[in-house]
Structure formats: C-alpha cells, structure tokens
Ligand binder design. Structure first.
Ligand SMILES: [Zn+2]
Ligand SMILES: [Zn+2]
Length: 309
C-alpha cells in the first residue's frame, strides 16, 4: 500500500504512573497515533476515560500491545473492550502481548460477562516476533522484569524519496496527479511513455520509530533493537538514590533510562512509569538530563509529535 507522505505521528501519554494511580497520574497507557491509526501500549485501569479526555477516538484504536500481565498494565482492557462493544464497533481489534495474555483476557472478560460484538484477535508474542500493519511494523523483544515481559519497537516503513520536480517540468510533464502518483511510487503512462518512479525519486527516506521499554531493568538487547529511534519511551520508576529498590523490583532509575537513550543513540527520551513516592518528580528529570539532555518527563496527556525525517 503506498504511504501517505504527509502522515502525522504523535505519542500521547495517557497514564504515566506505576503500580498505583495518584491524583496526577493514571496507570500505564501510551497511545501512538499515526494518521487515523491508533496503537495503545499497555492499558491500565482508567485508560478508556483517559483516552476520552485526551480527545483521541477510542474507536480508532487498532491494536493494544501489552508489555506484561501485572494488574497496573492490563486492568483497563475489559472496560475499554466493553465500551467499544456498546458503541457498536464492528472492526476487529488486535490484542498482543506475552504468553499467558489469552488466558488472562478471557478470564477478565468472563468475570464481567463481556460478550463482544466485534472480532477480538489475541496474539501471544515472544522475543523477536513482529506485527505488520499498514505502513508500520512492531517488533517484540523480551524485557528484564520479574515475569514474562516484553518491550516493543514501533517502526514506520521507509518512505519513497523526494520527487525531482525540476526534471519532470523540463520534460514538460504537467504538475498535478502524475506527480503525486510518482511520489507514491507508482509507474505512470504519459504520452505513450512510461514514467518510472525510480528515475524521478531520490533515495528512500527512513520512517520514524519509537521504542517502548515496558517494565524493565536496563536491557542491552533493547539498546540494539532501538538503535537510532526518534523516541525512546523508557520506564523510570525510581531516582538514583533508590537504585537498590529498582534492582530488587526489576525496574530502572531515570539515570539508567538516560544511559539507555545514550547507548541506543535515540533522538529523544521520555520517562514514564513514575513511582507514586515522587510528588515532585523533577529530580528524576534532572538526573536523566545530566546524562541525556533531550529528555522529557511524561505527565498524563503530554503529547510529543514526531516530525518527518
Ligand atoms: Zn508496572
Ligand atoms: Zn510490572
């Protein structure tokens, strides 16, 4: 399918807390909107209301990727699915996550009598598995947490190169639909001559990419898989003076998240999964920025737009 080159890519943090919600932070859920296609990473309790408050359409959620089966990451699933059903969704929804996801989701749905009116596809993923969707891929890799757990890398497919308009004008090809078809990579028949996109397009332009750590200790395989991403979304449950807590519970400090961004040569970093002990998380941001300056501390409803490369 040809790609829309003007496509919009935005990350919206819907829940940035860890384990328990606070007045300021809902439980983990991050939306990636690409054009009208929405992917959710994790779906903690309250995510459906956060979605509604954010202005994103919950009916446009195409897939939910679950990092692991701890309650703070999955308890929003049955409610969201039920609301989609009551709203008359007919399109299928993909729910993907680690081994054990199907059993957990079916049990949650059976407890609340959740008969769905749309097809729900449940996919259990392992290290290295990949989802392909129009214009993008999402790769799963094992994270380092205290249960079966995944990180994800979301990558847009490469876009066709820039169109050499000057050459086409010189040839006398009129501006308009022919140009946009060539830009999309289609061959065009013009005045008995076949115009091949390869002759008029520059080198392919890389798509944008986002890595999502889920809950994890710092993980070398995420560094490798997330090389050069536009945005690394990394958990930062603790500050550096509580590193022992981070290690004991298989989490990361914000400084470790920043080291991950540095090593993976990410363009930017967003810290999320902030422990409720930090009423003022500016220390987490400061510790990270000392290592990796282009760091955001995600608050609920923070939006980060990723420009085309
Ligand atoms: Zn968690
Ligand atoms: Zn967890």
């Amino acid at each position: 399918m040809p790609l829309d080159v003007t496509v919009f890519l935005e990350v919206v943090f819907l829940g940035t807390g860890a384990s328990v919600p606070t007045r300021d932070r809902s439980l983990p859920c991050t939306a990636v909107r690409r054009g009208s296609d929405i992917t959710l990473f994790d779906c903690g309790e309250g995510s459906q209301r956060q979605l509604m408050c954010s202005g994103l359409s919950f009916m446009k959620v195409e897939r939910i990727l679950v990092s692991h089966l701890h309650g703070d990451h999955i308890l929003g699933i049955p409610g969201l699915l039920q609301t989609m059903s009551l709203s008359g969704r007919s399109r299928p929804l993909l729910l993907a996550g680690p081994i054990g996801l199907e059993k957990s989701v079916q049990e949650m749905l059976s407890i609340c009598n959740g008969e769905l009116v749309f097809p729900l596809e449940i996919l259990e993923m392992q290290d290295g598995d990949m989802i392909e969707a129009p214009g993008l891929t999402i790769c799963a890799l094992r994270s380092l947490h205290n249960m079966e757990s995944l990180s994800f890398v979301y990558r847009e497919l490469a876009r066709p190169g820039k169109l050499d308009r000057r050459r086409l004008v010189e040839l006398g090809v009129p501006e308009g639909p022919i140009y946009s078809r060539l830009q999309k990579g289609e061959s065009v028949l013009w005045q008995g001559k076949s115009l091949e996109p390869s002759e008029y397009l520059g080198p392919e332009r890389p798509g944008r990419s986002i890595a999502y750590s889920g809950d994890s200790l710092p993980n070398e395989s995420l560094v490798i898989q997330s090389k050069g991403v536009d945005l690394l979304i990394h958990e930062a449950t603790f500050a550096e003076n509580e590193r022992h807590m981070a290690e004991a519970h298989y989490h990361s400090t914000s400084a470790q998240a920043a080291q991950m961004a540095l090593k993976s040569e990410a363009r930017s970093l967003a810290l999320t999964h902030i422990s409720s002990r930090y009423k003022d998380p500016s220390l987490l941001l400061k510790e990270a920025q000392e290592i990796f300056s282009n760091t955001h501390l995600a608050n609920d409803f923070l939006s980060i737009k990723l420009p085309l490369r």
